[in-house]
Ligand binder design. Structure first.
Ligand code: ADE
Ligand code: ZN
Length: 474
């Protein structure tokens, strides 16, 4: 969609496909509300969101932006708008200015009318970039700003409930435990041998999560952690069958966590969905039982299905039926792959499970054909950098190949995976990316916008999240 602001202060919008037509209407003076010939306009927003509720989004954006003037005002005449539409065709933010060379050549060709309208005489170099997202790439964020990332709203699509217990909640559940003991049993070492070793560290959390009361406390505790971290939308995952050791039924497990999620949302304002996981080590029957739970809890906070666990130790065969079933019921799916195993595992996962997202998937980078496929099919990678170092995919964060993945244009987000085992927050993940890869707000915001696009949420929720992110990050 695009939004144009006219020099009389009014706004109008349309879908990107008729931007050209709109501009021509203006040039010929046929605009519905604006009869003045060549009424000067500013392109204040230009983006192609797929499948959005455009009317809703349009209304909200205009309400917000006309009031707050938050968005960069790129002042352009019609010829330039056209170029802008053409040259900015596939990134999230198309409110970028033409580069000055393009602008100069447009001027030289006489395409730019400098004597009428809205800042039209303003040279490109002085165009107001104050709130222009694209200009963020040109601005090195100061260390102060980067240190303050905790306050910025964030989206997190990949974190495990049973791997994310704070000391405070463990102390509530096991009052005798000391902080040293907690760190010893719940937090993993900086380096595990491999994913299998890492997964053994989840045992302590699972052990204390075997009653409805404990499940509630752990869920509420995670909401508090998320709130403190600036997360405004999270998809929290867990394997219901892991919490039946003391007699809870799988249904009771999901109900307890689902109810606590409602309570957590109400208390903290953090929006959330729940993803139910089967595990690689499970039987076909257990996987079917898990996907049936997703179906049973449809319409609650349960939003999707996943497979986690020991990728290298167990093949995918036992789980094909469950993913087939999920597809037949239109259940949104993600799947862990490309973590302990390479590109072949991702190919198999894509072929047999057909998820819209991959948990991790970072080893896809080992196969250029797979990279092309992920990009072409818009498969989203939920990347968890610190976890990948801890599970020993990479020696250090500097060796992580996420910058290549980002540059390839594959949709990706940044996530913690296991806040306690890895001892990391999302804010810290962002800070590490800034320190090691010099990521700025532009990259971080882009990942957040990609996360929203691939979230298992309604278009209404997504539109709201986009607004909140854009308003805060600019
Ligand atoms: N469960 C928790 N963290 C996991 C990971 N990184 N991979 C697979 N299963 C997991
Ligand atoms: Zn995971």
């Amino acid at each position: 969609m695009y939004i144009l602001e006219c020099s009389d202060g009014s706004y109008y919008t349309g879908s990107t496909k008729d931007l050209d037509q709109r501009m021509e209407q203006h040039q010929s003076g046929e605009g519905a509300n604006h009869t003045r010939k060549r009424l000067p306009v500013k392109l204040v927003y230009y983006e192609t969101f797929s499948r959005i509720d455009e009317a809703f989004y349009r209304e909200k954006l205009i309400q917000k932006w006309s009031r707050k003037k938050k968005i960069a005002l790129i002042n352009r005449q019609f010829g330039e708008l056209k170029q802008l539409a053409e040259c900015q065709n596939d990134s999230h933010f198309r409110n970028a200015a033409l580069d000055s060379a393009a602008l100069d050549s447009a001027r030289a060709a006489g395409d730019v009318d400098n004597d009428a309208g809205f800042d039209s005489a303003q040279p490109a170099s002085t165009v107001d970039h104050e709130h222009n997202l694209s200009s963020l790439s040109e601005v090195e964020m100061s260390e102060v700003e980067m240190r303050d990332l905790s306050n910025l709203p964030k989206i997190e699509l990949h974190l495990h409930l049973d791997c994310s217990l704070s000391y405070q909640v463990v102390k509530q559940l096991r009052p005798e435990i000391t902080e040293a003991e907690y760190r010893q049993s719940f937090v993993g070492p900086p380096k595990c041998t491999d994913l299998k070793d890492f997964l053994t560290r989840a045992r302590a959390g699972i052990e204390v999560m075997q009653t409805e009361a404990a499940l509630r406390l752990v869920t509420l505790d995670l909401f508090e952690q998320l709130q403190a971290d600036g997360v405004i939308y999270a998809e929290i995952r867990f394997a219901p069958l892991l919490h039946t050791e003391k007699g809870l039924t799988p249904e009771a497990v999901v109900a307890a966590i689902n109810d606590a999620t409602a309570e957590g949302i109400a208390r903290t304002g953090v929006q959330a969905g729940l993803i139910l996981c089967t595990l690689r080590s499970y039987s076909e029957e257990q996987s079917m039982q898990t996907v049936h739970l997703v179906e049973q809890f449809a319409g609650t906070h349960v939003v999707g299905f996943d497979i986690a666990g020991d990728e290298a130790g167990f093949p995918i065969d036992a789980h094909i039926k469950a993913f087939q079933y999920a597809r037949s019921r239109h259940i949104p799916c993600t799947a862990h792959a490309g973590e302990a195993c390479g590109a072949k595992s991702v190919w198999d996962t894509l072929e047999y499970f057909q998820p819209s997202r991959i948990g991790h998937g970072v080893r896809s980078v080992e196969d250029p054909e797979l990279m092309d496929y992920l990009k072409a099919r818009q498969i989203h990678l939920e990347i968890c950098p610190a976890s990948n170092v801890q599970t020993n995919i990479y020696d250090q964060l500097k060796d992580h190949r996420l910058p290549e993945i980002y540059r390839s244009g594959i949709s990706m987000s940044i996530n913690t995976d296991a806040r306690t085992i890895t001892d990391v927050t999302l804010t810290e993940e962002y800070q590490h990316l800034h320190t090691i890869f010099h990521w700025q707000k532009e990259e971080l915001l882009h990942c957040n916008m990609e996360a929203i696009s691939h979230a298992f949420a309604t278009e209404e929720v997504k539109a709201d999240l986009r607004l909140r992110l854009l308003a805060a990050w600019q």
